[in-house]
Design a protein around this ligand. Sequence first.
Ligand SMILES: NC(=O)c1ccc[n+]([C@@H]2O[C@H](COP(=O)([O-])OP(=O)(O)OC[C@H]3O[C@@H](n4cnc5c(N)ncnc54)[C@H](O)[C@@H]3O)[C@@H](O)[C@H]2O)c1
Ligand SMILES: [Mg+2]
Ligand SMILES: [Mg+2]
Ligand SMILES: [Mg+2]
Ligand SMILES: [Zn+2]
Length: 445
Amino acid sequence: MADLQLSADEEMVERLLDAAARGDLGQVSSVLSRAPSLIDRTGSRGWTALMFGARNGHYDVVKELLDRGCDRFSVNASSQTAYDISKFWGHGHVCRLLGRTDAPGENYFGRETLDRLSARRTDQAWLEARRTAADTVYLLFSKLSPMVSTSCRRQGGQPELRLCRLGHDAVKPLLQKPSTVLVFLGVERTDPPSPSCQADEAPRDPPAWFAVGTEEDADEFLAGGGEEKRLFPRSSHRDLLTLSEDEAGVVAQARSVLAWHNRYSFCSTCGGGTRLEDGGYKRSCLNAECPSLRGVHNTCYPRVDPVVIMLVIHPDGQQCLLGRKKMFPAGMFSCLAGFVEPGETLEEAVRRETQEESGVKVGRVQYVSCQPWPMPSSLMIGCLAVAVTTDIRVDENEIEEARWFSRQQVMDSLLDGAQRVLTVPPRQTIAHQLIKHWIGMNANL
Ligand SMILES: NC(=O)c1ccc[n+]([C@@H]2O[C@H](COP(=O)([O-])OP(=O)(O)OC[C@H]3O[C@@H](n4cnc5c(N)ncnc54)[C@H](O)[C@@H]3O)[C@@H](O)[C@H]2O)c1
Ligand SMILES: [Mg+2]
Ligand SMILES: [Mg+2]
Ligand SMILES: [Mg+2]
Ligand SMILES: [Zn+2]
């Protein structure tokens, strides 16, 4: 009986995958209405219905599967997501549907959904009008943690977090406290006005977004979320990775600027008090004699720390070098990384950090993509680097172990259900994306 049930299931899966590949929307819907649990089942080489739909550019099928809640991030035996497959085959409309604007190398925390409108930061009258406008959105941060709500829907076992969007009335009392920091983030991006718009109609400013930062607990804001539970997550590294790509991009901007205010409240040149300017993008010293008020003084502006992160490839092209810090979960290995030092090129930083941490010498370095990392304000610069030596000697202060892993071992670590000798960091990290990039360079689709 169990066998019969199994084969009936398998037959349905085959029908679903075949219909998705052919673009038969009616058949896809009909199978999933009867057996919704089959949505992420795989056929040969780990291909899901979403991947087959994406491979052949079937927009309606991909949309139906996404609307029904399929897993858009699952990978096949070549470690490709449905997005990778549709991009490879040039189906831009399907790529956009799969949640990426087809920007190659877009990383989590990297999406710009707001227009920063930096020229408006010095326009006091305009900023004041936007502060009190009815459609203005305020994001509240307490101790650098954004206020979020959790919904019941779960993604990969974790509750889904969404940023709470507050209006001016809700934050007004907080804005009156001198210790509160307000940062103008930008305005929502809008489509260009349609030709049917009346020429004499004044174009309306799109909704503006601000971040409000306080060092207080701000627990009084947690009530009033209705059915949804509101909270300030305390584990920024883990919890911020559960936001949507759009919201993660806004948080990367807001959290890094607020963290700068938090750490640089006094003038770093003379130790004097400072005043917020430029919509929260500048702190000027109050001491008229201070040298920071003359010439170019970068201490007045939010800081970004460049960090190189590199996947080092063995001279044979078939292995890569990964390391683990003591603090990593057991079995996890990642790309080597390190802060760029003053007066150093990115290539030299890659060579120096690789040699310091693993003893391996690197020749050619190639930039791949970058990622803002708001813990507190790094810019991760992702590179592939080709090793010219292979002996490993780790710097035990920083790295517990470093090893060469074969392409197959790395591919298995990305696949569900495969025998794993290592795990890699989650998909939201640029380390994960660099590893996938290397695997994808020779993947047989
Ligand atoms: N997103 C990702 O995939 C990813 C992966 C790995 C590392 N990271 C981030 O990259 C950052 C740097 O990596 P690392 O720790 O290996 O760097 P690293 O190898 O340069 O070592 C860090 C140490 O160097 C010193 N240091 C030198 N310059 C510094 C500076 N400007 N700021 C702070 N410390 C400095 C400190 O003693 C620090 O403990 C970390 O903050 C980490 O969170 C992100
Ligand atoms: Mg390091
Ligand atoms: Mg280092
Ligand atoms: Mg270093
Ligand atoms: Zn000063």
